[in-house]
Ligand binder design. Structure first.
Ligand code: VTB
Length: 334
C-alpha cells in the first residue's frame, strides 16, 4: 500500500490554502456582526460592528499583515486604518484590503447587496489607493484583451462588447451606480440601445457581477465609485479572469498631494486590473443582506447561516461556502 505523504507542495501553496479558509472566517464574523444591526437604520453602528469583528478576527491570524485599504487614514479611523499592522506577526508578510461592511446604507435599510469583503496579497501587490473616487470599467472573462477601454466612448465600448459577444447592442446589459454624476454616461449608454441596471450602492459586487453574467445578467460595469472598492473589485475579478481598468479622480491639489504621499506620482494614470491587484491574491466576501451573488446572514433557532465566496488568483478557484454556525455556548459567534 502506498502512502501519500510524499506529495511535494510548495510552502507558499500551503500557506495560501490555509489562509483561504481563515479569510472565510474573518468575513463571516464581520457579516454576522453587521447583520445583527441589519434593517435598523443605523449605518454607523452596523459598520462599527463589522469593523470590530473583522479586526478581532484578523488579529487572530498567523500573519504579518498590514492594512493597505481600510477604513481611512490614521487620523480619521481608529481601527483598520491604512498602515495598521494586523495578525500575530508570525506568518507571511501580507497586504490586506478590507471593506468590513461594503454598502452600509444597504445594510441599514436591509436592501440587497451588502457584503463583508477583504482581499489578502503578498506585500506590495495591492495599489495603495487613497479614499477618493475612481472611474472604472469592467467586463467578465472570455473576451479578447482590450475590447473595452476607459478612454473610449460609452457607445464604442458597448458596440465593441456586443460585437465580441455576437449580439446586438440592445442585448447588452450595463450596470451603473445611480448618481447625478452619471447622467451623461447613462444617456450615452441608453442611446446604444443597451439596458442599464441602476444600483444605489455596492460596486464591489457590481464589478464582480460581470464575471457571473450567466447568473446576474450583467455584461459590463461602467462609472465612478470609490477607489478602495475598485482595488477590492479588481482583486476578485483577477481571480476569475475578467478585464478592468480604473483611474483615480484626483481633482483637487489636496487629493493629488495625498495620492503623492501614498506613492502615486502620475495623477492621471489609467490602471490596468493587474496594476490594481497583482501577485497572489485571495478574496473573501460574505453576504450581509440577500443579493444576486450571495444570500445574507440567516439567524435561525440555535444556528446562524452564512454564505461566502472565496477567490484565489493562483488557481482561479472560486468556492461558495455555506456556513452553519451552531450556537453551542462555547463556540458562539458574537
Ligand atoms: C462608492 C461605492 C461603494 O459607496 O464608494 C459609494 O464604490 C459612495 O458613492 O460601493 P457616493 O459618494 O456617490 O455616495 C458605495 O456604494 C458603498 O460603500
Amino acid at each position: 500500500m502506498s502512502h501519500s505523504n510524499d506529495i511535494t507542495v510548495h510552502p507558499r501553496e500551503v500557506i495560501e490554502r490555509i489562509l483561504s479558509m481563515e479569510l472565510v472566517r474573518v468575513t463571516e464574523r464581520a457579516a454576522v456582526s453587521a447583520a445583527r444591526l441589519r434593517g435598523h437604520g443605523d449605518e454607523k453602528a452596523a459598520d462599527q460592528a463589522a469593523v470590530d469583528a473583522m479586526r478581532r478576527e484578523l488579529n487572530r491570524l498567523q500573519i504579518d499583515g498590514r492594512i493597505v485599504i481600510g477604513e481611512g487614514e490614521r487620523d480619521e479611523a481608529p481601527m483598520l486604518f491604512i498602515g495598521e499592522k494586523v495578525g500575530n506577526g508570525q506568518g507571511p508578510k501580507v497586504d490586506i484590503a478590507v471593506d468590513p461592511l461594503e454598502g452600509t446604507t444597504l445594510c441599514a435599510k436591509d436592501m440587497p447587496g451588502a457584503i463583508a469583503v477583504m482581499a489578502m496579497a503578498q506585500a506590495g501587490s495591492l495599489l495603495y489607493a487613497p479614499d477618493v473616487y475612481m472611474d472604472k470599467i469592467a467586463i467578465g472573462p472570455g473576451y479578447p484583451e482590450g475590447i473595452v477601454d476607459l478612454d473610449a466612448s460609452p457607445a464604442d465600448n458597448i458596440n465593441a462588447l456586443a460585437k465580441a459577444k455576437g449580439v446586438k447592442p440592445n442585448e447588452i446589459a450595463a450596470l451603473i451606480m445611480d448618481r447625478p454624476r452619471h447622467a451623461d454616461l447613462i444617456e450615452a449608454v441608453r442611446k446604444t440601445g443597451a439596458s442599464i441596471r441602476l444600483i444605489t450602492d455596492g460596486d464591489v459586487a457590481g464589478v464582480i457581477f460581470t464575471a457571473m453574467q450567466h447568473e446576474t445578467g450583467i455584461d459590463i460595469y461602467l462609472g465612478i465609485g470609490g477607489a478602495p472598492e475598485g482595488v477590492l473589485a479588481a482583486a476578485a475579478l483577477r481571480c476569475v479572469g475578467g478585464q478592468m481598468q480604473g483611474r483615480l479622480i484626483l481633482d483637487t491639489p489636496e487629493k493629488v498631494e495625498r495620492a503623492r504621499t501614498m506613492g502615486i506620482t502620475d495623477p492621471h494614470k489609467k490602471y490596468q486590473m493587474n496594476e490594481l491587484a497583482s501577485g497572489d491574491v485571495i478574496v473573501s466576501a460574505t453576504g450581509v443582506t440577500d443579493g444576486a451573488l450571495l444570500n445574507g446572514v440567516r439567524f435561525n433557532k440555535g444556528m446562524i447561516e452564512t454564505e461566502t465566496l472565496v477567490y484565489r488568483s493562483i488557481t482561479g478557484t472560486v468556492r461558495k461556502i455555506k456556513g452553519e454556525h451552531r450556537q453551542f455556548e462555547k463556540f458562539k459567534l458574537d
